[in-house]
Design a binder for this molecule. Structure first.
Ligand SMILES: Cc1cc2nc3c(=O)[nH]c(=O)nc-3n(C[C@H](O)[C@H](O)[C@H](O)COP(=O)(O)OP(=O)(O)OC[C@H]3O[C@@H](n4cnc5c(N)ncnc54)[C@H](O)[C@@H]3O)c2cc1C
Length: 365
């Protein structure tokens, strides 16, 4: 470690995973010195995450649920010819709520904003300008590493926040709407009420290739709003993203490429989520696991999170096969088969406890 101040636990990257890790440490382990280093001036990632409660253990729920702008005991799945209401609890978490909670929880000396990181090592961070921040151990949460060792599909999304002049009257979130059909591949909408007059609508399209055609997603949202009679709403914000969906490949190689001997969280650490829904449950799980630790040295963090990510990768072969159906299938049959199932089955999908017959049925759809 370089000479100079020891900042304790260093967290590199203030997106979803880095921010939740810092929040869990501040709340549960105020005894451990810590510094969160973030590139921009907004923490917590971007957008709104719809999180199914079934994906959360008790400790993860305790961390996430108080951040929710709203929680519901059910959601809709709008499938061709059969709209459904599934009685499963879910939470809407806006990145801005994570940002606000962190600013309240961290002391000024625990947060460094507007700081570009140049390199991350197991016990220090080199920042633009040449300064080195030293600590006990480092967690690199700077988003995706190079993906050359993985076989990937892609999830292309456009997310629009809308404000209505009068209440929109949507009482529950829509976890998936495939009722409009899609010209090619699997495309679906999600819709989350933020308050009585605001909604966030997201168009998501699964594809083999990485593309940058956000205009198509935006036009699809226009068509969806027209079909719902909601064209008059005012757009508050629109954002687009393309996120990789791992289908297979060399996971150990991916972990090494992200930084040899450096502990990693979030997408960089292989905590990729389930291929549908958000990464928020994985980010909460790693945050809680971090806060339960005694040893925060770089080497110990590396080994613990590498083991955890590798175990997750092995356990999620079914979810990767399911994601492959979305990326390579003709349409959204697999998503529709999932949301046509009993609520308990859907819950087990997100809890990662589906039985063999249920798995076979979903993959055969
Ligand atoms: C509007 C929107 C909606 C989305 N919806 C979904 C969804 O439904 N499902 C889904 O799976 N994903 C979605 N995503 C993508 C999702 O946010 C990411 O997959 C997820 O946040 C990964 O978490 P992470 O913490 O690993 O990375 P990120 O949240 O991307 O965080 C990485 C952080 O590291 C910082 N960073 C990177 N390089 C440096 C550097 N050199 N120096 C300092 N800091 C650095 C970045 O600024 C960023 O804050 C969406 C994205 C957007 C924008």
């Amino acid at each position: 470690m370089p000479k100079g101040r020891n900042h304790g636990l260093l967290i590199a990257g203030g997106g979803l995973a880095g921010s939740l890790a810092a929040l869990a440490m501040a709340r549960l382990r105020p005894d451990v010195p810590m510094l969160l280093v973030a590139e921009g001036d907004m923490l917590g990632g971007r957008g709104t995450f719809l999180v199914l409660d079934a994906a959360l253990g008790e400790a993860e729920r305790n961390l996430l649920a108080p951040l929710a702008s709203h929680s519901w005991d059910a959601f809709y799945a709008l499938l061709p010819g059969r709209p459904r209401k599934l009685k499963l609890r879910c939470h809407a978490i806006e990145a801005s709520a994570i940002d606000a909670a962190l600013r309240e929880a961290l002391r000024p000396e625990q947060l460094r904003l507007d700081t570009k990181i140049v390199a991350v090592r197991d016990d220090n961070i080199l920042i633009a300008g040449g300064d080195v921040l030293g600590g006990i151990g480092v967690l690199d949460a700077r988003g995706w590493a190079h993906q050359t060792t993985l076989e990937l599909g892609w999830r292309h999304g456009v997310s629009r926040t809308l404000r209505f002049a009068a209440p929109h009257r949507l009482d529950l979130p829509v976890a998936a709407d495939t009722s409009l059909g899609s010209a090619a591949g699997c495309a679906l909408f999600t819709c989350v009420p933020l308050d009585p007059q605001r909604l966030v609508v997201e168009h998501v399209r699964y594809a083999r290739a990485v593309e940058t055609n956000a205009a198509e997603g935006s036009a699809s949202i226009d068509a969806w709003l027209a079909a719902r009679g909601w064209s008059a709403a005012e757009t508050e914000a629109e954002d687009n993203f393309s996120t990789a969906v791992p289908l297979g490949g060399d996971f150990a190689g991916y972990w090494r490429i992200g930084g040899a001997r450096v502990a990693k969280l979030g997408a960089r650490g292989g905590f990729f989520g389930l291929g549908i829904g958000s990464h928020a449950a994985d980010a909460a799980a790693t945050a809680v696991a971090l806060a339960a630790r005694r040893d925060f040295t770089g080497a110990a963090l590396h080994d613990a999170f590498e083991d955890e990510a590798a175990a997750l990768w092995r356990r999620r072969d079914f979810h990767r096969a399911f994601a492959r159906r979305l990326v390579e299938g003709g349409g959204c049959e697999a998503v529709e088969a999932l949301y046509r199932s009993e609520a308990a089955t859907v819950g087990r999908f997100f809890e990662e406890r589906l039985g063999l017959l249920e798995r076979r049925r979903l993959l055969a759809a």
